[in-house]
Each structure stands twice: as C-alpha cells, then as structure tokens.
Design a protein around this ligand. Structure first.
Ligand code: BDR
Ligand code: CA
Length: 314
C-alpha cells in the first residue's frame, strides 16, 4: 500500500481527496495536515473533521493543524469559488479528534520514522511543506514522493490571469519547495490537466451525485458550489484538481503523458505573482519536477464513480 500524508486546505475537492485516500484499497492515509488556503482556517478544520467523520475515521486518522497564514503575503480566500467548502454542513467540533502536534512537526516526524516510505500529496498552498524543508533539511530526503497540485503549464491561471490559486496564495513557499531538491516531485496543474482533461458536464456530475451512499451525499454537498461557480465563469462542469493529484500517485497509468521540467514560481511581480514558469530541459536548465501533461479523464471519472459507490470505509 502507498503510505501517504494529505496536506490540504480542506474544502470541496480537498474533501474528495481525503475520501478517495480513505476508500482506495491501494492507499494507507497516515495523517491529514491542514494549511491556510481556500476558506478560513477553522472552517477548514471543521471540513476536515466532517469528511473524516462521514468516512468513520474521525479520531482514527490523525488530523494535524498547520500554518495559519502564508509566509510573506496576506492570506487570500477562495470562498467565492467554494462557499464554506462543505455546503453549509455543521458539526460539533470534537477537540479530542485533533492532534496536539503541529502539522509541520508531524510531516517531519512521520517521514523520519520511515525514511523513503511515505509520500506526501500537497493540495493546498505549500506553506507547511516549505516550513518543514526549512526546519529540517533531512525532511527532503526522507519523503518518498511529493505530489503537488499547483500552477499551470500553459500560462493560464484561475485566481489571476497568470496564477493558479495554490501557487498564488504562497508563492514564496512554492519556490522554496521547487528549490529544495525533492528526488521525486510531481505536479498536477490547473491547466491543462484539470480543466482540459477532466471537466465533467452537469449531466456527468448528476450521474455521480445520484449514487446513494453517505460518501456520494457528502461529495454532492461539497462540490455543488464549485460547479455553480465554474459555470458562472465559463467552465462547463465540475473540476477535481486535488483528487487527480492523489490519483496520479495511486494510479500512475491515469497520466498518459508527462514531461520533465524546471519549474519556478514568480515571487516578485504583482502582475504575475504565483505564475509557474515550466521550462523544458532543452533550455539547459536542470529539471526539478515531473509535470503531468495529459490525463485519462474517462478513467479518472470511473475512479470517482467507484469511490462514490463505496458503501462505507473499511
Ligand atoms: C486549487 O485551489 C483550490 O481551490 C483547490 O482545492 C485546488 O487545490 C486549484 O487551483
Ligand atoms: Ca486544495
């Protein structure tokens, strides 16, 4: 089984990713860590708890809270896209279900306990990962693989014309991670992978959300707002950047093409802040990442469908 930590800003597709990790027989989720991103931090924590609770894993899979703001820049919300990230669900917060250990320390400790065996799926801003890099240089070599959702490799953003949300919110952290020397770093982009290869029409979405399981009900709750937002900005369907990223780790055959790139993130210009420059090796730069270039969108849809049919989490 793949040993994984999901580092996330829990809203919409982050919830789906946690569900996918908990239901996929090839994955063993060792911990969930949260980082400032999509919606206010405490709301994200509640969303993570709701997701774990629907999966019957609250208090069983450790939940560690991480950095509450980006390194240098002010936090930017994506509530316009995701609402509160849970479709308005409420739960009584159970403080006992939250680990006392900070997410950064958990990332460092877990990977040090089993060097080269644990992979990280980083699907929010990279503040926790960059802080772990800075805090303990051994962290970089202890991580087996690092799968990141961030950036675009054709210059198109979703938060500004130039930048994708995760890299825009903490571009400095993203650059620290790009420079850190991770041996096996993979990137799933917003464009083209997410929107060109795996935007599911409302009819396809309705098929997924008509499945009658608790997991499918939560999926609909958390994803409805984003689908509405997408349609309002001309994206014709439901998008799943984060769960594609986990799927790329668990089922690499879903990635039909990938390239070796030198990836850097803009940290200076306000106009292009968070822009990801993805340069082919032929420019003479040393590659630091595998960037996914084509996804089997039908196979990923089938994976989502299979997950939503799971009656309960084993
Ligand atoms: C990324 O930002 C968030 O809205 C999603 O969860 C995803 O991680 C897409 O740009
Ligand atoms: Ca995310």
């Amino acid at each position: 089984k793949h040993q994984i930590i999901i580092d996330n800003d829990t809203a919409q597709d982050d919830c789906v990713t946690i569900l996918l990790g908990l239901t996929d027989p090839t994955a063993n989720v060792r911990a969930i860590t949260t980082v400032a991103g999509n919606v206010p931090f405490d709301r994200q924590v509640a969303n993570a708890q709701i997701t774990l609770s629907v999966a019957g894993k609250l208090g069983e899979v450790p939940l560690h809270l991480g950095c509450r703001q980006p390194m240098l820049r002010p936090w930017v919300s994506a509530e316009d896209v995701h609402g509160d990230g849970s479709g308005g669900l409420q739960i009584d917060l159970d403080p006992g279900a939250i680990s006392e250990e900070h997410a950064v320390d958990a990332l460092i400790r877990l990977t040090a306990e089993q060097p080269g065996e644990i992979s990280i799926v980083a699907i929010g801003p990279l503040t926790n990962i960059a802080t772990a890099v800075v805090k303990d240089r051994a962290f970089v070599k202890n991580v087996k693989s690092l799968f990141i959702m961030g950036g675009s490799n054709n210059g198109r953003g979703n938060t500004t014309p130039a930048a994708e949300f995760n890299f825009y919110v903490d571009p400095h952290a993203a650059q620290i991670v790009m420079d850190a020397g991770f041996e096996d770093l993979h990137i799933v982009t917003w464009d083209p992978i997410t929107i060109r290869d795996a935007t599911y029409s409302r009819a396809q979405y309705d098929r997924l959300t008509s499945i009658d399981t608790p997991i499918a009900k939560l999926f609909k709750k958390v994803c409805d707002a984003t689908l509405d937002f997408n349609e309002s900005v001309g994206i014709d369907g439901s998008t799943h950047p984060d769960s594609i990223t986990l799927a790329a780790l668990l089922h690499p055959e879903l990635i039909l093409e990938e390239g070796r790139y030198r990836v850097d993130v803009e940290t200076q210009s306000e106009l292009t802040m968070g822009y990801s420059a993805m340069a082919w090796e032929k420019f003479g730069l040393q590659a630091n990442a595998h960037v996914a270039e084509r996804l089997d969108g039908a196979a990923f849809y089938a994976l989502l469908e299979q997950m939503l049919h799971t009656p309960s989490v084993p």
